[in-house]
Design a protein around this ligand. Structure first.
Ligand code: BG6
Ligand code: MG
Length: 215
C-alpha cells in the first residue's frame, strides 16, 4: 500500500511537552498528597485531561465530585500553560523540519492527531501550524486515545483512506489508537514500552523519510 499521509502525535513526538504535562500532573498530585512518578506518567501519555485526572485519583483511592474534577483540571492546565508559555520554534525537535520537507516534496500529506486541547496553541508556538494539511485534536473528538477516533478524523480531514496512512506516536495508548484505526504504527521511544508498534525509533530525528516510504 503506498503511503499517502503521515499523521503525527504532538506531545513527545514533535516537541518535549510530554515532560511539561508530567511536571504539571506531578505538582497537582503532590498537592493532593499523592505520589506521582515518571513511571506512572508513562501510562498517561496520550490520555486526555479528564482520563488522566481520574487515573491519578483512582490509583490513590480518592473520589471527588464533578465540580472538583473541573477545578483540578483547570489547576493542572494553568500550571501547564505557565510551563509552555516560553516555548518557541527552538523547541521543535531536531529532524522534524527536514522530515516534513521531504514528505511535502513527495506529495505525502501531513496530519496531526493530538489528545491535547492545547495542540493548536503549541503548534503555533513551534512555528509549524501552517505545515499541517489537517489538525485533529481533543477539541474535535469525543473519544480519547486508545480509541482510534482522533486518527480517523485526521485521515478523513486529509482525504486519505486509513490504510494509506502511517501514524507516529510516543504513547502506548496512541500506538493502540493507530492500530485500531487500521494504520501502520511507528513508535518514538522504547521498543520494550511500545510493543505494538511496527517499528520504534529513539527520536523523530532517527526516523528518516526513506524508512516511511519503505513500509
Ligand atoms: C496528550 C498528552 O497529548 O494530551 C497527555 O500526551 C495530556 O499527557 C493530554 O494529558 C491532554 O492534554 P491537554 O493539553 O488537553 O490537557
Ligand atoms: Mg504523545
Amino acid at each position: 500500500m503506498p503511503v499517502k499521509a503521515v499523521i503525527f502525535d504532538l506531545d513527545g513526538v514533535l516537541t518535549d511537552t510530554a515532560h511539561y504535562h508530567f511536571q504539571a500532573w506531578q505538582a497537582l498530585a503532590n498537592g493532593l498528597g499523592i505520589a506521582f512518578t515518571e513511571h506512572d506518567n508513562e501510562q498517561l501519555k496520550g490520555v486526555d485531561r479528564l482520563g488522566s485526572l481520574r487515573w491519578i485519583l483512582q490509583h490513590a483511592n480518592q473520589q471527588v465530585s464533578a465540580e472538583e474534577e473541573n477545578r483540578l483540571m483547570q489547576q493542572k492546565n494553568q500550571r501547564y500553560l505557565e510551563l509552555i508559555a516560553h516555548m518557541s520554534p527552538a523547541d521543535l525537535f531536531a529532524g522534524v523540519q527536514p522530515l516534513f520537507a521531504a514528505l511535502r516534496q513527495s506529495g505525502i500529506k501531513i496530519g496531526l492527531a493530538s489528545a491535547s486541547k492545547n495542540a493548536a496553541l503549541v503548534v503555533v508556538r513551534l512555528g509549524i501550524a501552517d505545515q499541517f494539511d489537517y489538525i485533529a485534536d481533543a477539541n474535535k473528538v469525543v473519544n480519547s486515545k486508545p480509541d482510534p477516533e482522533v486518527f480517523l478524523l485526521a485521515a478523513k480531514g486529509l482525504g486519505v483512506a486509513p490504510g494509506h496512512c502511517i501514524g507516529v506516536e510516543d504513547a502506548v495508548a496512541g500506538v493502540e489508537a493507530i492500530n485500531r484505526a487500521g494504520m501502520q504504527a511507528i513508535g518514538i521511544g522504547e521498543p520494550s514500552v511500545l510493543k505494538n508498534a511496527l517499528k520504534v525509533y529513539p527520536s523523530v530525528q532517527a526516523l528518516k523519510f526513506a524508512d516511511l516510504v519503505k513500509l
